[in-house]
Design a protein around this ligand. Sequence first.
Ligand code: PRT
Ligand code: ZN
Length: 210
Amino acid sequence: MIRLAIQKSGRLSDDSLKLIRECGISFISTTSKLKTEATNFPLEILYLRDDDIPGYVADGVADIGIVGQNVLVEEGLQQLTVKALGFSKCRLSLAVSKGDAYEDVTTLQGKSIATSYPNLLREFLTSKGVEADIHTISGSVEIAPSIGLADAVCDIVSSGSTLISNGLREVETVFKSEAVLIANQNLNPEKSRLLQQLLFRMEAVQKAQK
Ligand code: PRT
Ligand code: ZN
């Protein structure tokens, strides 16, 4: 039996469940439950918050998982990556108030930036030789400039409409992300074999969609 961790409820959930079903795996999904067992493959599904998935897979509480690269790399666990899955695509971007002058990333030198991704942001700024004051907040990052909490924000963007409706302008892409399959690095031979079977099926699904 192999244990897969997926997001309980959020932007990754539907596509994660869909991928498992497209692999020919049947299970009864109820969001009220915390786990479920497949009926025709030795797979157990755990429903978790996305932020907890990389750590649980690293620790072996789950054997494999599906999570956004943004969360995985922020938590410093990119070495768990097995395969990019092509859904939940988004980017982590820097944005400033739409009336603020912005030349290039050096404009942010000495400024304060609100984000939920301090590690990804710090790495980006360091690579550009910029020093800024990073304020880590866990949600509602977009309102930080309008309430005087920060000069700029660094947040996840897909369509861009959230930034626009908060009077912000996207100025730099910090990190590009999509959902990835991750795996514990010390799977026993039986679990490794099950992972290989799953990967084979996922690749067949992806080929059929091309
Ligand atoms: O409860 P839990 O902790 O499990 O979920 P969560 O609220 O932390 O995550 P969730 O469900 O919002 O996102 C899960 C993953 O989906 C993220 O880690 C990304 O990998 C991916 N993803 C794809 C996104 C988006 N698109 C996205 N648009 N994650 C968040 N957003 C948010 C963004 O934070 C901003 O508030 O949507 C808003 C911007 O969207 P646009 O379309 O207006 O630009
Ligand atoms: Zn989360």
